[in-house]
Design a protein around this ligand. Structure first.
Ligand code: ING
Length: 318
């Protein structure tokens, strides 16, 4: 018996090519939203940077070419229809896009919109992978550190749609602190979009590890924080650059309950039972009963790894 049902959908997108218009991307998102609603979803999760191609792969001289990929307002003239359709269908959504603020700040952003079409939450990506310099000999760039500032609003959860919903984006999933900070806010669902190149340009990582590590991060984050994780890929060949699929909905048990079968536009859906998270939070991951923050000091004190504490004079076994 599903005690606390929550219809949860992930809308994976196939490629958005550099020449594709926002209108064409929005039309695809509308079709995915409509299908998600028809499956009984209360919330549908869209990918990272869903309105454009994954432009951090390109070296763009600052200015117009770069600004083209950012949203100056949300909703804007081309995205308002998403909010209107959400309200008509009675479905919430999370959407990833490049944000350019009136003060000229640039963020890799994701918003949470409720079933009345209101923005109830915003997350600005904190863990920015890649590099800020041009690597002209590389097959493609990964310039998130150049095109975005580090998010300035932290990792937050919101009480919305009768649940507590947190958000993160892509590389954030590789850092356990992301899910823990949301777990410490009693998040029951964490949504994220991701754009993960299938090949690594920096070191000879065996290709099969891309999907393995992607799933490992989500399953461990879900289990260790007793929450549902819904992750939406932008997948396939974007102008010849391949990105993995693997959109998934993961239970607080850590089990994958739904996974995309394609690298195209595709909706996956689970009638999630939020009570599953309750049981793990009351037992194995009863944070209040079992965590020992007095021993976790290095997590805040150190950014990079340092010397073993056992090597310090006071740290010996004697
Ligand atoms: N993309 C990739 C991600 O974290 C990456 C970058 C891939 C980093 C593989 C490390 C290993 O999935 C984004 N957009 O963060």
């Amino acid at each position: 018996m599903i005690r606390r049902p929550f219809g949860l959908a992930v809308a994976q997108m196939g490629p958005v090519h550099r020449a594709d218009s926002r209108a064409s991307a929005v039309a695809r998102l509308l079709a995915l939203m409509t299908e998600a609603a028809s499956r009984g979803a209360r919330l549908v999760v869209f990918p990272e940077l869903a309105l454009t191609t994954f432009f951090p792969r390109y070296w763009l001289e600052d200015g117009e070419a770069l600004d083209h990929f950012y949203e100056r307002e949300m909703p804007g003239p081309e995205t308002r229809v998403l909010f209107e359709r959400a309200r008509d269908l009675g479905i919430g959504f999370t959407l990833g896009f490049a944000e350019l603020t009136p003060r000229g700040e640039r963020f890799n952003t994701q918003i949470l919109v409720d079933a009345q079409g209101r923005i109830v939450g915003r997350y600005r990506k904190i863990h920015l992978p890649g590099h800020a310099d041009h690597k002209p000999t590389a097959p493609f760039q990964h310039l998130e550190k150049r095109y975005f500032q580090v998010g300035n609003e932290g990792f937050r959860a919101w009480s919305a749609m009768d649940a507590r919903i947190g958000m993160c984006i892509c590389n954030d999933r590789r850092w356990p602190e992301t899910f823990r900070v949301l777990g410490l806010q009693s998040a029951e669902i964490v949504t994220l979009g991701f754009s993960t190149p299938s090949v690594n340009i920096h070191w000879s990582e065996p290709p099969h590890l891309r999907m393995f590590h992607h799933l490992l991060t989500l399953q461990s984050g879900a289990y260790q924080n007793a929450l549902w994780v819904a992750a939406a890929a932008k997948a396939g060949l974007e102008d010849g650059f391949h990105m993995i699929g693997g959109s998934v909905i993961v239970s607080p048990s850590g089990e994958i309950m739904a996974q995309s079968q394609s690298e195209d536009d595709e909706v996956i859906f689970v009638n999630a039972d939020l009570a599953v998270g309750d049981r793990f939070r009351q037992n194995v991951f009863n944070f209040a009963a079992h965590r020992r923050p007095e021993h976790y000091g290095l997590i805040l004190e150190r950014t990079g790894a340092g010397a073993p504490l056992g090597d310090a004079p006071s740290g010996g076994a004697s």
